[in-house]
Unconditional design. Sequence first.
Length: 456
Amino acid sequence: MKKSLFSKPLISYIIGIFLIIFATGAVISQLTSEYIILFSVLIIEFIVLIIMLLHVFEKYVKPIKAATKTVDKLVKGNYRARIHHPEIGSVGELSRKINILARNLSELSFQEEMQEKQLVTVIDNTQSGLVLIDEKGYVHLVNRKFISMFGKNPRDYVGYLYYDVLENERIHQTVQQTFLYEKTVKTSITQTKELEKKYIEIVGAPIFNEKKMLKGAVLVFYDITELKKLEIMRKDFVANVSHELKTPITSIKGFAETLLDGAAKEQETREKFLAIIFEESKRLNLLIDDLLTLSKLEKDEFRLHVTEVNAAELLRDIIPMFKQRAENKQIQLSVNVEQGLSMKVDADRFKQVIINLLANAISYTPEHGEITVTMDETDQSIHVSVADTGIGIPQDALPRIFERFYRVDKTRSRNTGGTGLGLAIVKHIMEVHGGKITVDSELNKGTTFHVYFPKA
Ligand SMILES: Nc1ncnc2c1ncn2[C@@H]1O[C@H](COP(=O)(O)OP(=O)(O)OP(=O)(O)O)[C@@H](O)[C@H]1O
Ligand SMILES: [Mg+2]
């Protein structure tokens, strides 16, 4: 304020006034004393008027000009504009209020920016694909997940009509039905990507404004491949179980009927048929036991009974069960165990793993073969391997042998009494222990299974 009193216009005004006074001095000296007085009064009044005008200019016109400039900047969206050195009095009040308004606007715009950023982050990080379409059918937004599902990049979608850029006919129908019925519409599509089949569920939801008028639609894309796979697995499982149960039951029923029809009278036939019925019912029993074991392992509330055990002792309990079967096929069964190995496992489950692997080794190794069980420790785990010199497993079947009911040679393994659940159970037990199982095999040379139980 003080500085502005000596501002250039003011100084030039004052100089101007003095020049007028000097210039008129000569005239004044020629005039009478009454004129001199009158003239002096006029000059003084003129000076006072000039000073008053300058005061009005400094106090009102200049601040209002500054305020107008600041408001202009605010209107243009520069919310950082402020009025500096505000006056006191009513114009000062106005400037201060404009400054407060500017501060509020800047705060609001900051919050809006933050919210927009948060919204974009949420939209981009949702695990479902999103597409926003306006009422004219133009795409306004696609999120990152959508791009990862359908490829290309946002620029190829945003600003275009949905039917020009979204390729699937089903998606078009979903959009059309959402607009037509103004209700949520659901469909699903399949997509083949790098030989892998993907299942995608599409939900179209209409968007209304506050007057309940349709303003567009949002499409949500869920990847339901995992769910579908589970559903397919469940269906396959039910079909497989039914099939596996049907075979022995049909056989039991057939032989029982034949016996009832009179075959029971001949002792030899009767004994033969009864033996078959007995074998088949054993198979049924085995199958049901395996299914129960699997379902127990799969239960959420399943708990392992982990205790510290001596690994060599556990093996010592199991081997005798197989001695006889090995001798029958003249298979040499040898055991290499590091002494003094102790581990923390569920002893019963551990035994089941070794039993299933040994049973396979004996079943799938021809006469005069060899089976070797070894046990040693690595840094983090106890390692058990069961190696045989048997028929081996073809490479393309290796990834599938842990599937339920999968058998390389259906008829052959059924003859050995197998249900195809043994390795599925082993894999499950290893998973609940946090361990792992691997297999090496060469056709007609032999197979080695390795299991690793974590020490901790
Ligand atoms: N040591 C092995 N040598 C060769 N093939 C094997 C061996 N172990 C498993 N297989 C193959 O893997 C398949 C699946 O084995 P799995 O133990 O799960 O079922 P299974 O032996 O047929 O029946 P079970 O449920 O009675 O064990 C077998 O049918 C067999 O084809
Ligand atoms: Mg088996």
